[in-house]
Design a protein. Sequence first.
Lengths: 533, 305
Amino acid sequence: MSDANKSLLKVNNLSVSFDTTEGSFDAVRAVNFDLKKGETLAIIGESGSGKSVTASVIMGILTCPPGRIKSGEVLLNDLDILKLSDSDRRKLMGSKVAIIFQDTLSHLNPVFSVGSQIAECFEVHKNLSKKESWNRAVKLLERVRIPNPSKRAKDFPHQFSGGQRQRVMIAMALALEPDIIIADEPTTALDVTIQAKILELLGELRDERNMGLILITHDLAVAAEISDKVIVLNEGKIVEKGITREVFINPNHTYTKQLMDSIPGKTTKKKKKISKKLFKPILEIKNISKFYDTIACDDVSFNLYPNEVLGIVGESGSGKTTISNLILRLASPSNGKILYHGKNILNFNKKDLLNFRRKVQVVFQDPYASLNPTMNIYDIISEPWVIHSDFLDKKLYKSKVSDLLISVGLHPDDAIKFPHQFSGGQRQRIAIARALALNPEIIICDEAVSALDVSIQAQIIKLLLNLRNKFSLSYIFIAHDLPVVKDLADRVIVMKSGKIIEQGVVDEVFDFPRDKYTKDLLKASPSIENLIS
Amino acid sequence: MKQYLSKRIFSSILAITGLFVMVFFLARLTGDPGHLYLPIDAPLEVRKEFSEKHGFNNPIYIQFGKFLGDLTDGNLGYSLRKERPAIDIVLEAIPVTLSLAAVAMTIALLGAIIIGSLAAYSPNGIFDRISRVVSLTAASAPDFWVAITAILIFSVSLGWLPTSGIGGVPYWIMPIGILVIRPLGLLVQVVRGSMITALSSDFVKTARAKGIKENIVIFKHALRNGLLPVITVAGDQAAAIANGAVIVETIFGWPGIGKLMIDSIMQRDFAVVQASILVTAIVILSINIIIDIAYAVLDPRIRHK
């Protein structure tokens, strides 16, 4: 066997279970795969599929108990690391195989400078002096293109942007020139243009050093962009494996097909054409600006028409959420007017404002943080009626809560449960039910599907569209994920640095973008189309 | 950070001023010192002369004005009992208390960090369970009882240690031991709690994935993050001891600030009361400022605010 074809890593028949008070459950079941030099393997799966647990086992950082490795081998250059002593295994971790995590703010130690965290690798594994280690750390930061590396090395994680922190994490993983890098959702929290750059950097480093790369992701498009082969995990089992292109063109397993179908951005159905002459706008935003220490929103104007879905896209810091806060009157604009049915909401008195708030509701991004964990579902959904006490007779609360739960696809019996008893997707349904409680005209969805798995995301989008017709709602749909907006919105606004740079009917903007920034955004957005077409 | 510190120092000065005014008036509510200092059958003229000599017959606002005037000259008044400048007496007592506090807190803090971290390393393990019971007992032990029992055992029955007084190492053992117990018990619990959080943080995972040894993971990566709440509680405890380890100083006859304050209140020795409160207040506020600085040193996120 030639050296090039030798497996760097072989995982044989790996099974992991977790022992909890409610019994033991299998997180990883008889998983097999291998990885060769210069190769990229994508492990695809939704939350709870066992992909991160597999990575933890390879890195020797699975917490046992509750975790327990039931069977299997993890062969690193033909050496079973599961059989090694802790100190022998530690010598391989970081030097032969290294990992890049998703949430870099919490995965980098907040109290040490990034330089010292990278330098630590050299001190621990190579016994280099502090000074020499530091110099090498600076070189690595330069390699991952952190500007002004010798100065920045002294800075702490919180002083970097999300994309830069991911570069720091990559530099740390590269330090000892490992044979394998595992990237656990390396770009999930990042903006699409930053994501594209990070993926490019990873690919470049893989080729430069002929490393094996394992990419763990829930995003099929990301896997399509960079990987040579994939395995698809569902409930701890491999349901499909093969060459990336073949799997995406011709998926065999129903779960893979279902995942492929859930990918947003493929709908071609006719969008509603809102004739501006026929309808008066519900909401007119006129030249609003908001200045904090910086300009958050600069001379923004747009209209929202009845029964319309208006998408607002842009990267972090583009001013999307500021606009949502201004419409909700959670903040006041520095300049400009917001007209609701022709009346300026900025001049509303207390009573008018209360009535206005009844008509404009919001669904937030994180369904884990937006529902009070100490309230049951009945209390959560009925709370708006307690605040707007003239809206509904108390005797009717129960039946109305049941109606709302049914219309968002839950069961009336769920009313007595608490938020922690639901999954992320179900929680988002509860948040939507709460938003519907007061018969609103407008629902603002601020990244409402960003935190969800792709199959759940597809369900929620479907639900939102159904509810729009049923309750004749208008949505302002704020998102950084372009394909999702393409599926859902009728019109779209593209924002950058607080300014609207392009707006129009979704299909026109997405298919024939005029502005350079819109073009860049669309180009950076990963897609599987390039791979299979 | 500099701006924050100067703000803190300014507000501390305000607090001390307010405290001082209050103490001046409250001390005078305890009654006429003449009653305590003169024989019970002293004739009226003698009492009058005593009051006049010390200015107690003046209206209170004139006494206060004189007190403020003296203060600007750095004069905190004379002790009635000892007939020496009050500040001298206080400055003799405060080092005794501060050295007690410093030694006791160092031992308590180091002990708590080691015991608490090891307990947090495997929560509900055997070491954790034992340390939890012991630390809870320690945190709730009444120190006067422990002190007297300790004297009974180690001095009276066994004769190993002196009952009271100051001197070499044997004189320190019991007072320090008693002072350490409660802060140690409390701090072990705080360290355990914050270290459990720190050890389950994501950055600890990163450190382990780098192949770093467990002792470095615990005592470098986790501890530096786990220390912040510990510092707050430790500072609180240190301030309490500096405020006068009254019971320990009284029982073991240590001439510290706590004992001095109690004695001078009993004797209506106003000048000494005022001077000791001023000095103690400065010490406590300094401890608080030191805690703020320690926070900033430990956590760059605070430093950059």
